[in-house]
Design a protein around this ligand. Structure first.
Ligand SMILES: Nc1ncnc2c1ncn2[C@@H]1O[C@H](COP(=O)(O)OP(=O)(O)OP(=O)(O)O)[C@@H](O)[C@H]1O
Ligand SMILES: [Mg+2]
Length: 284
């Protein structure tokens, strides 16, 4: 096919040989299969800021900072240079998250590089080498749903242990390859510790995934993984191997043992006092 303008610089630099096919034109990006040497890879071309939608919402930006403080100031001021920086930080957020997650053992496409608003990464394929389907396009047996759900929860835990909340996780942003689920689409990923909305986004992510697998294995709809995992994370007890139950009990009111003991003793005293008074009456 004709090489899209935005990909041309990567072709000129010899990073991409040809563009094979446009896979999808999404809300935030156009995704292509491309040939690099003899390997088919995936190129995600981000749309201009003005064409993008919700993922830029301020709640995703909170706690997100680029390393250079001069750039941070420029971004806050909104100057032309600042807007360019903002744009670049949006592009690099996804590749940064992918590198970090791949390193933490989360199943994501292997990223290669990101330049001029084009992210080059591994193409996720099915057992026959065709482009992998999204979860939203497949039907699962109960057995596979239960197994894949467990894998997803482990991936989500690994992601949180690496300090990242996806923020837009659902059956539309998970592909299914021969080994199981692969998580994609992370430009909006948030810093679990620095963003005040991280907990609610985490809950939404886990609940979306639970609802999806719950269609095929309804017993999953009773689980409370989001709250259980977040509590362990907040208490600093979460590791990639932490055993989980899917159960969560709301914290009971804390009991003030001292005043409880006082009340028991007072009740006991009153009881013996009544017994003594009764005995005295009997003796009279
Ligand atoms: N590494 C990949 N391997 C195979 N297919 C991919 C890969 N990355 C993206 N895709 C395909 O391209 C689609 C769009 O990618 P992605 O979700 O990252 O972009 P998006 O613009 O945010 O899309 P949307 O707005 O639909 O969420 C995916 O749903 C998937 O079908
Ligand atoms: Mg998507």
């Amino acid at each position: 096919m004709k090489i899209p303008n935005r990909i041309q610089p990567l072709v000129d630099d010899g990073l991409i040989d040809t563009v094979l096919q446009r896979l999808k034109s999404g809300k935030e990006a156009d995704v292509y299969t491309v040939l690099c040497g003899d390997k088919i890879q995936c190129a995600k071309v981000y749309k201009e800021a003005s064409q993008r939608s919700f993922k830029q919402a301020v709640q995703y930006q909170e706690g997100r900072k680029v390393r250079n403080s001069r750039h941070n100031r420029a971004m806050q001021k909104g100057s032309r240079f600042g807007r360019k920086q903002q744009e670049e930080s949006w592009h690099t957020a996804e590749v940064d998250a992918l590198f970090r997650l791949a390193g933490a053992g989360v199943r994501v496409p292997q990223p290669y590089l990101c330049i001029d608003g084009v992210l080059l990464m591994e193409l996720v394929t099915d057992a026959d080498g065709a482009v992998a389907p999204r979860l939203s396009d497949v039907t699962l047996s109960e057995e596979n749903a239960l197994a894949d759900f467990e894998t997803m929860i482990r991936n989500i835990v690994r992601m949180l242990c690496a300090g990242i909340v996806h923020g837009d996780l659902s059956e539309f942003n998970v592909l299914l390859d021969a080994q199981g689920p692969v998580i994609i689409d992370l430009p909006q990923a948030v810093d679990a510790a620095a963003n005040n909305h991280a907990e609610s986004m985490f809950e939404r992510d886990v609940n979306n995934i639970t609802a999806y697998y719950g269609q095929f294995a309804p017993q999953l709809l009773q689980t409370r993984y989001a709250k259980e995992i977040w509590l362990l994370y907040e208490e600093g007890k979460l590791t990639p191997e932490t055993p989980l139950t899917g159960k969560f009990v709301e914290a009971a009111h804390t009991v003030d043992m001292d005043s409880l003991m006082d009340e028991i003793i007072t009740a006991e005293d009153e009881h013996y006092e009544r017994l003594r008074a009764a005995r005295e009456r009997d003796e009279q």
